[in-house]
Design a protein around this ligand. Structure first.
Ligand code: GDP
Length: 166
């Protein structure tokens, strides 16, 4: 069986764990303790290059923001820059995700804004809900599809495969 290394990036509370757990176990985690998240983040910051390491080892990237939080949409942009910088390659398998689409009434980021950013990055875009499983399977299917494409021997990604091995 082939193993796919997918890295899920995004600021705290956007639903990275919830999306992953929903995909893997089919259930939704309701509980959230921002104190723990904050503590965890501080711990991580001790290792300045921790995210660089994840990125080096990752083959596909899911960049998540919460569509009820404009700040999380702003936060995602430098993360994509970091991926490109670490991989030293523009065509890294990647997908942009606006999560929490079930909270339509509280939306702060329009679907058009998400789509425009994805067009700019030349990558697919999806709005998901880890809560009601909306587009979660499609999200993981799409990132796997991109990774399969990128690893084809005749694909135009020769540089990418060597960067992954770094
Ligand atoms: P992470 O810090 O990015 O891993 O975020 P979590 O997965 O811990 O989710 C943060 C909070 O948002 C939790 O309370 C989740 O239950 C909630 N959450 C995550 N995804 C969704 C979603 O799609 N819809 C709603 N309504 N809440 C969500």
């Amino acid at each position: 069986m082939r193993e796919y290394k997918v890295v899920v990036l995004g600021s705290g509370g956007v639903g990275k764990s919830a999306l992953t757990v929903q995909f893997v176990t089919g259930s939704f985690i309701e509980k959230y303790d921002p104190t723990i998240e904050d503590f965890y983040r501080k711990e991580i910051e001790q290792f300045a290059s921790m995210r660089d390491l994840y990125i080096k080892n990752g083959q596909g990237f899911i960049l998540v923001y919460s569509l009820v939080n404009q700040q999380s949409f702003q936060d995602i942009k430098p993360m994509r820059d970091q991926i490109i910088r670490v991989k030293r390659y523009e065509k890294v398998p990647m997908i942009l995700v606006g999560n929490k689409v079930d909270l339509e009434g509280e939306r702060e980021v329009s679907c058009g804004e998400g789509k425009a950013l994805a067009d700019d990055w030349n990558c697919p875009f999806l709005e998901t809900s880890a809560k009601n499983k909306g587009s979660v399977d499609e999200l993981f299917a799409e990132i796997v599809r991109q990774m399969n494409y990128a690893s084809q021997p005749n694909g135009d990604d020769q540089c990418c495969s060597s960067c992954v091995i770094l």
